[in-house]
Ligand binder design. Structure first.
Ligand SMILES: [Zn+2]
Length: 329
């Protein structure tokens, strides 16, 4: 029972739950948020949420506690009823998360069997076996996923709905390097990088979740933000640990919020592509962060480089660090 409660709470942080139910809170400290109390009528915000401790307290009505307590109070349910309600509310997600987990395992097992996949990783400078394991990198050779997953008892419909296979039953990520995107330990999506001429980046339907591996850096006072997973991998492999990735130059609301929670300096390194879209996006993001009181700087790489190519073409962590230190506000 106790374990179930902890598992349920881990799956749904209180702050996330409140936001899903339209609670609007603003940051009020490193891990605190304040907003109007959903449990009593008020016009001045006195409802505080501590995102780190995963608890709330209202100075107006004096109520406080964890997510389960909140559900009890807001819906007038018993402890057990609240657990059941929470469980059923998030059940559909775990359903797809479990299938994504099996698909990711399948892809991971394929990686070593396909030289073209390993060649691609090599070309992108990703060769540290520990990092490949940590990122859970796999390969979708195409043609076998559907049989594998239906043999595990998953219906064709479910696989279609999640987007793992297309209407003809073919693997949607065929001939792509696959990296699972996790949130609170659970896979929320899969990223597929084409190793051939197909459209480079693909995600399954649905959101890409928060910033990549945010839990590892959320307490860092300086965070390096890159746009691509192969940039992320290159920096990690070079020994930099305070790195995260937005999987594109446009941050979603969750990702932007994560950067804004707590005091820190964010170093942005987006690709210096020819049409300048990456640099434009970086400039806009710096402005948005600054208006939220976050210190943000743009790191400029040598002409025509992204963080991945910088390292692939022989750059080292020391040179990179000098560029970070030279970053402009
Ligand atoms: Zn209250």
């Amino acid at each position: 029972m106790g374990e179930d409660v902890e598992r349920l709470k881990r799956r749904t942080p209180l702050l996330e739950y409140l936001r899903q139910h339209n609670w609007a809170g603003r940051p009020a400290g490193r891990f605190e948020y304040v907003g109007l109390c959903p449990l009593h009528k008020e016009s001045q915000p006195s409802f505080y949420v501590n995102a780190r401790k995963d608890v709330f307290y209202c100075h107006g009505c004096g109520q406080g506690g964890d997510l389960i307590r909140f559900i009890q109070l807001s819906r007038g349910l018993s402890f057990r009823q609240s657990l059941a309600s929470l469980d059923s509310e998030i059940a559909p997600e775990t359903d797809s998360s479990a299938v994504l987990e099996e698909a990711a395992t399948f892809y991971r097992q394929q990686l070593d069997r396909y030289p073209e996949a390993l060649d691609y990783l090599d070309r992108r400078g990703v060769h540290d076996p520990a990092l490949i394991r940590e990122l859970d990198i796999g390969y979708a050779p195409g043609g076998m996923l559907r049989r594998h997953l239906t043999a595990q008892g998953h219906s064709f419909d479910l696989l279609r709905r999640i987007g793992l296979i297309n209407a003809r039953g073919a693997d949607a990520l065929c001939q792509r390097i696959v990296v699972p995107l996790r949130q609170n330990e659970h896979i929320v999506n899969l990223y597929g990088r084409s190793i051939g001429s197909a459209f480079a980046h693909r995600f399954l339907p649905g959101g890409k979740g928060g910033l990549y591996s945010w839990e590892k850096v959320r307490n860092c006072s300086e965070v390096i933000l890159v746009e691509g997973l192969f940039d992320y991998a290159a920096l990690r492999q070079a020994g930099l640990h305070n790195v995260t990735c937005s999987l594109g130059t446009q941050l979603n609301q969750d990702q932007f919020r994560q950067l804004c929670e707590g005091e820190r300096t964010v170093y942005l390194i987006f690709d210096a592509d020819q049409n300048q879209s990456g640099q434009r996006a970086a400039g806009q993001l710096v402005q948005r962060l600054v208006t939220k009181g976050i210190s943000a700087r743009r790191v400029l790489l040598p002409e025509g480089h992204d963080p991945n190519s910088f390292f692939v073409q022989g750059g080292d962590a020391h040179q990179f660090q000098s560029l970070v230190e030279a970053a402009q506000p």
